[in-house]
Design a protein around this ligand. Sequence first.
Ligand SMILES: Cc1cc2nc3c(=O)[nH]c(=O)nc-3n(C[C@H](O)[C@H](O)[C@H](O)COP(=O)(O)O)c2cc1C
Length: 178
Amino acid sequence: MKGLIIYKGKYGATRDYATLLSKELNLPAFTPTVIGGELMNADFVLIGSSVYVGKLQLQSWLIRNQEWLKTKKLFFFIVCGTPAGDKEKTDKIIADNIPPSLRNNSIFFLKGRMIRHTLSWTDRLLLKMGAWLTRDPEEKKRMQQDFDGVEVASLRPLLHALKLWDLEKRQALLHVNY
Ligand SMILES: Cc1cc2nc3c(=O)[nH]c(=O)nc-3n(C[C@H](O)[C@H](O)[C@H](O)COP(=O)(O)O)c2cc1C
């Protein structure tokens, strides 16, 4: 099965996960600006994006490319501050960003990284405003503290799902050829 990785982030967390996946799976990784005809030949695509103020960095790219993408098996990895277990918030991120035609795929939430002194002043301001406006005390705390959750172990569920899918595809092919 031929696959590739497409990712977009801002400060490196999504790129770091894309690099880890690229090494682990021996797949090429691209940003949307440099991707060419490779997408056409891929059987599966790993799509990574971080989240800023509820919006995926790849939101408009997904909308523009959904006709292509819906012919592929997709594995999304969404890199953000929201914990993977916070279903209400993760469901909202999916509903607000991933076109319905692409939602019937595997979607994983990965803890990202936020180091405030590396952010642009506009992003620091957005965070301050966000923390001021939010009522949820946990979320408020999260917005005011640095965190770095980027680690290879977080990729385990995604790698497992990919292996299972690959196995099922191979078995189906064996069946057809038998
Ligand atoms: C201004 C700003 C807004 C953010 N908004 C959200 C958000 O709405 N939801 C969320 O889960 N994480 C949010 N985050 C956290 C980022 O998604 C997280 O830091 C991510 O790891 C960034 O990855 P990147 O370096 O690849 O862009 C925000 C971070 C910043 C700086």
